[in-house]
Design a protein around this ligand. Structure first.
Ligand SMILES: [Zn+2]
Ligand SMILES: [Zn+2]
Length: 191
């Protein structure tokens, strides 16, 4: 029984919805990294929301966009936090969003947790989703999976969800760029 459970534990890191929420939180943080602003207006926010398949009501006004930008700054700090600081942050966000976890099934998704009603403000729903996912990371003592991209010229964040904790880059683009540079450097040294 113990062996079987140990086997299962290595297969699944976090629940599927938690992993999606972690990647979405990192993606949100990265829309404002490196001097970029990838969420300048409602159209950009629409694209982001559609990509990460957030459901629920939308304000489509400046207040909503401001709320998302504020949340982005709050979330970015989690990547620099200790476990204790992150736990405090998660608790504060769950209180702020009046989180009440409920299992729901919709739009072809099997059971997952929603802790805010669909009419709650978008930024509040995004904040609680992220907080619930970070709660999983903290409870399983996996804070070191929250990383900054290893490429010298990139400060995008990532969540390493790989089984062997081997992910170092925010994207394939960064991984390829660094690998090509390393290859050129090796060739230059040999020739
Ligand atoms: Zn859902
Ligand atoms: Zn990168």
């Amino acid at each position: 029984m113990t062996l079987l459970l140990a086997g299962i534990r290595t297969q699944v890191l976090f629940a599927h919805d938690a992993e999606v929420s972690l990647n979405a939180a990192a993606a949100l943080v990265n829309t404002g990294r490196g001097g970029r602003e990838d969420l300048p207006d409602q159209d950009a926010l629409d694209g982001f929301i559609a990509h990460w398949r957030w459901t629920g009501d939308r304000g489509r006004d400046q207040a909503e966009l401001d709320g998302v930008h504020e949340l982005r700054s709050r979330l970015a700090r989690v990547w620099e936090m200790t476990k204790d600081e992150a736990a405090e942050f998660v608790n504060a966000e769950l209180r702020r969003g009046s989180a009440l976890p409920q299992l729901v099934r919709h739009d072809g998704w099997d059971y997952h947790l929603h802790a805010t009603p669909p009419e709650a403000p978008l930024a509040s729903r995004m904040a609680v989703d992220a907080a619930m996912a970070f709660a999983d990371v903290i409870r399983s003592d996996q804070m070191e999976r929250l990383r900054v991209c290893a490429a010298d010229d990139c400060d995008d964040v990532l969540v390493d969800l790989s089984k062997n904790r081997s992910r170092r880059f925010c994207s394939l683009t960064c991984a390829n760029r660094v690998n090509v540079a390393a290859y050129r450097h090796r060739r230059a040294t040999v020739e």
